[in-house]
Write a protein that binds this ligand. Structure first.
Ligand code: PEP
Length: 248
């Protein structure tokens, strides 16, 4: 059976009072809860790992590609691991756009995450123009090939498909579109890494996942969970998404 993972990306939201949501979330988890990962802003990482109750793990939202050095304001994967966090989001479209991160940058970040013992949640996704020009699979194939280093194992990487036009917009692809892209990613992973590894890598869908659309999204066979932004900020919103994943 494949892993099921519900990951929350708090982005640049929340101060220490938000840590209460971790406890509230753990109280609302179903008995057969999937893996739950919360990625708070970097200043909260230490306290989040201390506050995280059983069943809730912590991740960061980005890491630098170098292990250390003169990179003012940046955070290395080793520093993240030192907080007790186990995961790091890399290649989020907001970083690819606002920080001009390339596939090569994301590839280097994946390697540095692995070196520190972190599991990268590697994001890929097409813009609306690409979707409308029928270029989605080309874009996804290119990002996957360019961002994912050799050295992937069954357990060391999670991939999140996040169509950029669905992030924070309330719009989501149809189930058929979600199935098409996730099946395509699975096929590419098997072709590159072999059936054993390619079949085991968890694929998450991200982009406006809400309590009322989660069950539909989790119908897709190759969707192992979700990367959730806005609806992960409050336990009351995230818990029903987690329950829908548990029931899928
Ligand atoms: C995200 O930023 O990764 C995301 C999926 O955001 P939202 O759920 O708010 O669309």
């Amino acid at each position: 059976m494949r892993r099921k993972i519900a990951a929350g990306n708090w982005k640049m939201n929340g101060t220490s009072t938000a840590l209460g949501e971790l406890v509230a979330l753990s109280k609302a988890l179903p008995l057969n809860a999937p893996e739950v990962v919360i990625c708070p802003p970097a200043p909260l990482l230490f306290r989040a790992t201390e506050a995280a109750p059983e069943g809730v793990r912590i991740g960061a939202q980005d890491c630098h590609m170098q292990a250390s050095g003169a990179f003012t304001g940046d955070i290395s994967a080793e520093m993240i691991a030192d907080t007790g966090a186990g995961f790091v989001i890399i290649g989020h479209s907001e970083r690819r756009a606002a920080h001009e991160e390339s596939n090569a940058d994301v590839r280097a970040k994946a390697r540095s995450a692995w070196a520190a013992g972190l599991t990268p949640i590697l994001c890929i996704g097409e813009a609306l123009d690409d979707r409308e020009a029928n270029n989605t699979l080309d874009i996804i194939g290119g990002q996957l090939a360019g961002s994912l280093p050799d050295g992937v194992t069954k357990t060391n990487t999670i991939i999140a498909y996040e169509p950029i036009w669905a992030i924070g917009t309330g719009k989501i692809p149809t189930l058929e579109q979600i199935i098409e892209v996730h099946d395509f990613i699975r096929t590419r992973l098997i072709a590159r890494f072999g059936k054993d590894i390619g079949d085991a890598i968890p694929l998450l869908y991200g982009g406006s996942v809400k309590p009322d659309n989660a069950a539909m999204i989790f119908e897709a066979e190759n969707v192992a969970g979700a990367l959730v932004g806005g609806a992960s900020l409050k336990a009351d919103d995230f818990a029903p998404i987690i329950a829908a994943l548990a029931a899928s």
